[in-house]
Design a protein around this ligand. Structure first.
Ligand code: NI
Length: 171
């Protein structure tokens, strides 16, 4: 297992579309382990394979509170098959360090995916889990949270990320 480098906006690799996983084998399970370790180290509540430069349709989520036991959820070849309602949530992203914005998404989603054993499952999610699933699924299509914002907020988020990067470079 290894903590991988997380690509940061505006890295063009974040814009690439991930390919479906042909077979859930040991190499995919190793990827999932690295992704989980990278997400927990950051720390973050979700990570898509694109964010570590791997163009495969895989993401991991853990929305458990700090005081709760960890609850890793793995989605391979996910497909959002239904959405209902709307909600607004203050979202962050490991590829946008130092920035978060309110984003409007569906309140509930139904998602189909494969687990780490290649077994299909279907899940209905709402609230934060539904937000995380939509956010990570967007990554697989090269879509980023900044795309969901109007021009003003988009510029503000871009500036925040730039500032955070410069501060880091100075340190
Ligand atoms: Ni993200």
């Amino acid at each position: 297992m290894a903590v991988r480098e997380i690509l940061v906006y505006p890295d063009p690799r974040l814009r690439e579309v991930a390919e479906p996983v042909a077979e859930v084998d040991d190499s995919i399970r190793a990827l999932v382990e690295d992704m989980a370790e990278t997400m927990y180290a950051a720390p973050g509540v979700g990570l898509a394979a694109n964010q570590i430069g791997v163009l495969k349709r895989v993401f991991v989520i853990d929305i458990a509170d700090e005081e709760e036991p960890s609850n890793l959820m793995v989605f391979i070849n996910p497909e959002i098959v239904d959405t209902t309602g709307t909600q607004t949530y203050q979202e962050g992203c490991l590829s946008f360090p130092g920035g978060s914005e309110e984003i409007k998404r569906a309140e509930r989603v139904r998602v189909r995916a494969l687990d780490v054993n290649g077994k299909p499952f279907e899940l209905e999610a709402e609230g934060l889990l539904a937000v995380a699933i939509q956010h990570e699924n967007d990554h697989l299509n090269g879509v980023l949270m900044i795309d969901k914002l109007g021009p003003l907020k988009r510029r503000r988020l871009g500036q925040k990320i730039k500032k955070a990067r410069e501060t880091q470079a100075d340190a």
